[in-house]
Design a protein around this ligand. Structure first.
Ligand code: SMO
Length: 782
């Protein structure tokens, strides 16, 4: 629930809440440590669960005997793969079971789980489980996994159910292609090209590292499960847990307490099926929380990838044709979003620049490593890193100014993106100009003695998740308004400020008088989750539509009470009054009471799903991601300083122009841009979730997995641009996800400019900088 309303009537604000930086109502409790997260939940008789995880990344299970563990003091339940044989997958290939059955496919894979009265008893029970593994040769590297004759990680891949059919086979879990242009056109473009430039890029895994790890508390009673969990997407938890347990989704109720961060990493069921199995077996409430080591080793990070680009350009640097071969790492199964996102690299490569001919192929590859999953921007940050570094390479080869090269190729409003979809509201050039006003490209700022300076600017088109959702709005007996939705506030403010502001604006009530229910799948209908910046946009649309209907109901009821015409009435704060005649009014509380006993309580439900734009479906093969919904335009610029003796990179200046359609709450948007740039700086310079040669995650804590701190992030100079989206609430588009997407690209290009050498791998560690400096005696110059 949001802040409680005050009982007294207050002055009506002169303008509505949309566009104002109202403070978030959850801030005080979060700052003081009073907010209750899933990790804080406790109840009498609650058991503590622990998971036995594989230490090898590839093995046959030759012995699994839990009998000694079952009899230990305080142990109430032990479960294994025999208790949960069903296959599931994140919407596509169903290749995952709760526990490894017969075969281990990644280090960290659950093999058994226990629930006991104390964590110590649970640990003792794990130690008493007899497990014997016969090692197999791990397949860890993407190129090795796709080489002819590679050992198959899922020999039975052909038998897996895949609700959407596409190309797959062997260690390729999914293969998505985009092909634009005939063989003849293709041959002509390469023959006519002034130059053909090729590059290969490699990026590691990046972990979302939410402060609150994955955590859940489950109980089973009356034939149903209730799960409190830290998630971005309660209906995903409900559906996937049910599939893994082989039961109906309606047998599971998911409730979401305060969430301590998600960043894409909390879209999937992970611990919930295990906790549910233990709750049913024990008849008790069961708590299961990841340790930080488990979080890093098993909670799906952004996938590592290899990208190979080859581009034909004319003498002025205009792109004639481009080829991309992208390998992304699914890890051992398809429990995360990596397969669904197989179509994304093609769209990300071709939604910012004019690319007349393209052959893009992305293969999502099985390896004996932990499954990968969504992280803010999904594949975008590495695709854009590769494309932008490649464009810089082209500019240097041709001797064309790097900013000018981008302006020559960047899409204008009305032009089509790579999938044939018209980019109708693009303001990419305006975004570049916004950045230019604040950080002029030709303004030379000298480096400190002994240091090297570099700069870069990158435009970007990004999307808003189009997924469905509904929200209900009701008028309470005291005249306040309750929004009931399964949409989840994961810390962005989208629910607690954005959606509330939209509802308050639509109704004409005080934003403080709009309360929002906590997500509960027994109370609210489907919502597609806090992903792809969809909450303010999609949930805002659904809740705004409901608020519009509720407004009509309120005015109708008030009109009959006041014997006035509905058209003459308006809602103003906590009253309904005759427009222009302040004396004649009734309170919303009185309207609620009167309506209650005549027509019944006042409430309405709104719903939204984006209608797909027209696009050229003929160019896509096996893509589950075919259109680019509710596009927004961006430009980022960075200036860096490099110490050539130590390889250290300092980001001196960071400038952002971001089109949000309409800024519903500018302060919340600025917060999202700050956070996204910080995560992008981490991805560019520090973060590398290291996988050893045998497939084990080497980083077991935040001592070695280096995320940025306040000292690493420069001040961010943001200009919010508004190119209103006709189908967005008050014109709003998604705002929270996109600002991470170009960060690694712009920093990498700036470092490359500073040192006069190309960089092809992330992160740009001091070692990488020194190696590039040494390898480039004479340099390519900038
Ligand atoms: S990776 Mo996100 O939560 O769309």
């Amino acid at each position: 629930m949001t802040a409680l309303s005050e009982p007294a009537a207050r002055a009506v604000p002169a303008t509505g809440p949309v566009g104002r930086s109202i403070p978030r109502p959850d801030a005080d409790a979060k700052v003081r440590g009073a907010a209750v997260y899933t990790v804080d939940l406790a109840e009498a008789g609650m058991l503590h669960a622990a998971v036995l995880r594989a230490e090898l990344s590839a093995a046959r299970i030759t012995r699994l005997d839990t009998s000694a563990a079952v009899g230990l003091p305080g142990v109430h339940a032990v479960v294994t793969g025999a208790d949960a044989p069903a296959l599931s997958g994140m919407l596509v290939v169903k290749d995952q079971t709760v526990f490894a059955i017969d075969t281990v496919r990644y280090a960290g894979e659950p093999i058994a789980a226990v629930a006991a009265e104390t964590p110590e008893q649970a640990a003792a029970a794990l130690a008493a489980i007899a497990l014997e593994l016969e090692p197999l040769d791990p397949v860890v590297d993407l190129d090795a996994a796709t080489a002819p004759g590679a050992r198959l990680i899922h020999p039975g891949w052909a038998d897996y159910e895949a609700p959407a059919e596409g190309f797959r086979g062997g260690n390729v879990a999914w293969d998505a292609r985009l092909e634009k242009g005939t063989d003849e056109e293709w041959g002509w473009a390469f023959a006519a090209a002034h130059q053909v430039v090729s590059d290969e890029f490699r990026v590691p895994r990046q972990h979302q590292t939410p402060l609150e790890p994955h955590a859940c508390v489950a109980r089973h009673s009356g034939g149903r499960y209730t799960v409190h969990t830290s998630t971005q997407f309660p209906y995903s938890i409900r559906g996937r847990t049910a599939e893994l347990l082989g039961i109906r989704p309606s047998a599971i109720r998911v409730i979401v307490p305060t969430v301590g961060g998600g960043f894409g990493g909390k879209l999937d069921a992970m611990l919930e099926p295990i906790a549910c199995l233990l709750a049913r077996r024990s008849g008790r409430t069961v708590r299961l929380v990841n340790t930080r080591a488990e979080e890093l080793a098993t909670a799906g990070p952004r996938e590592n990838a290899v990208l190979r680009l080859r581009t034909a350009v004319d003498a002025e640097g205009r792109i004639l044709a481009q080829e991309a071969d992208v390998l992304t790492d699914n890890g051992a199964n398809s429990s995360g979003e990596t397969v669904i996102c197989a179509g994304l690299p093609a769209l990300a490569l071709g939604s910012t620049y004019r690319i007349p001919l393209a052959r893009y192929r992305t293969r999502v590859v099985y390896t004996n490593t932990p499954p990968t999953a969504a992280f803010r921007g999904v594949g975008g940050p590495y695709v854009v890193f590769a494309q932008e570094s490649h464009l810089d390479h082209i500019a240097r080869e041709l001797g064309v100014d790097r900013r000018e090269l981008r302006l020559r190729n960047v899409l204008r409003a009305g032009e089509a993106m790579i999938n044939g979809q018209v980019l109708d509201d693009a303001i990419l050039v305006e975004a570049m100009e916004s950045v230019e006003r604040r950080a002029p490209w030709n303004q030379e700022r000298p480096a400190a003695p002994g240091k090297l300076r570099g700069k870069a600017v990158v435009p970007l088109t990004w999307l808003t998740n189009p997924g469905p959702g509904e929200a209900s709005v009701s008028l309470s007996d005291d005249g306040t308004v309750l929004v009931t939705t399964a949409a989840t506030e994961i810390g962005t403010g989208a629910v607690l400020t954005g959606v509330r502001q939209i509802v308050a604006e639509r109704l004409g009530v005080h934003v403080d008088d709009v309360l929002v229910s906590a997500p509960d799948t027994d109370a609210a209908g489907f919502d597609n989750g806090a992903q792809g910046s969809r909450t303010t946009y999609g949930v805002g649309n659904a809740a705004g539509q409901a608020a519009g209907e509720l407004r009509e109901q309120i005015l109708r009821a008030a009109a009959s009470m006041m014997e006035a015409a509905e058209a003459d009435l308006e809602i103003a704060g906590d009253i309904v009054r005759v427009t222009g005649s302040p004396g004649a009014s009734v309170t919303l509380a009185a309207v609620s009471a009167a309506a209650m006993w005549s027509g019944g309580p006042l409430s309405a439900t709104g719903r939204f799903v984006a209608q797909p734009p027209e696009f050229d479906s003929g160019c896509l093969i096996g893509s589950l991601f075919s259109t680019i919904n509710a596009t927004s335009s961006h430009a980022h610029a960075a200036e860096v300083e490099v110490d050539p003796d130590t390889g250290e990179v300092t980001v001196l200046r960071y400038v952002v122009a971001q089109d949000v359609g309409r800024a519903v709450n500018p302060a919340m948007i600025a917060g999202q841009v700050d956070g996204a740039v910080a995560q992008g700086v981490g991805y560019a310079l520090y973060e590398d979730l290291r996988i050893g040669p045998d497939g084990q995650v080497l980083d077991q804590g935040l001592e070695t997995y280096r995320i940025p701190t306040a000292l690493d992030v420069p001040p961010i100079d943001l200009e919010i641009l508004e190119s209103p989206l006709p189908t967005g609430p008050y014109g709003a588009k998604g705002a929270a996800e996109p600002p991470i997407v170009p960060v690694a690209a712009v920093i990498a290009c700036a470092v490359s400019d500073a040192i006069g050498a190309r960089l092809t791998d992330l992160p740009i560690s001091p070692f990488a900088v020194l190696a590039a400096l040494r390898g480039s005696a004479g340099g390519t110059g900038s």
